[in-house]
Design a protein around this ligand. Structure first.
Ligand SMILES: Cc1cc2nc3c(=O)[nH]c(=O)nc-3n(C[C@H](O)[C@H](O)[C@H](O)COP(=O)(O)O)c2cc1C
Length: 177
């Protein structure tokens, strides 16, 4: 006999916790996303909510909390840079997730042609032009068209259940994805 679960809702607090725990069980890479505003001020934040959207044109998305101090800068930015981090940038990832700190006082940054901060020693860098922005609950979904990308030799950090991990390949097989 089937158990009917429809109509039985989880209490809001329980759902928030179990949603957080379920999502933390989905491993992801770790990124730092940076931009520069019209006054020349640099902005950045750590994000795991990053993924590819489309190959032609090449689109990626990242979700940014509407509560973030850098949200106004990214809401109006015409371009930004996504850095995929290796494990040795773990401390920098935590620094870039800290509110009210001078984020660019740590890490080695240069600038690209648009004057955006570009972090040294990453796994990959994707330079993006703003393509679309959508509301998504308490986050904004920033869709960027990739105009330049670079891949370096470093392996990426993996974020899983609120901890940073290194990558261990399971099999030698590769896919085209
Ligand atoms: C591993 C990790 C991943 C994060 N991923 C996101 C994310 O995808 N989107 C987001 O808005 N905040 C994310 N955060 C939190 C932001 O980095 C943090 O709130 C940041 O300080 C916001 O920028 P602000 O200092 O301008 O407020 C993450 C934090 C950590 C430690």
């Amino acid at each position: 006999m089937k158990t009917v679960l429809e109509g039985i809702e989880m209490p809001a607090e329980e759902l928030t916790d179990s949603f957080r725990n379920a999502m933390s069980s989905f491993p992801s890479g770790v990124t730092i996303v940076t931009t520069v505003d019209s006054e020349g001020e640099w902005w950045g934040f750590t994000a795991t909510s990053f993924c590819s959207v489309s190959l032609d044109p090449p689109l990626v998305l990242v979700c940014l909390s509407v509560e973030a101090q850098c949200h106004p800068a990214f809401s109006t930015a015409t371009s930004w840079v996504v850095h995929i981090l290796p494990p040795r940038h773990r401390e920098l990832a935590l620094w870039f997730s800290s509110k009210g700190v001078d984020k660019f006082s740590r890490g080695e940054f240069t600038t690209n042609a648009q004057g955006h901060p570009v972090l040294e020693g990453t796994c990959a860098v994707l330079e993006c032009e703003a393509s679309a922005r959508y509301g998504g609950g308490d986050h904004s979904i920033l869709v960027g068209e990739v105009t330049r990308s670079h891949v370096h030799d470093d392996e990426p950090a993996v974020y899983f259940r609120r901890k940073f991990h290194t990558l261990t390949p399971l099999l030698e097989t590769t896919t085209s994805a």
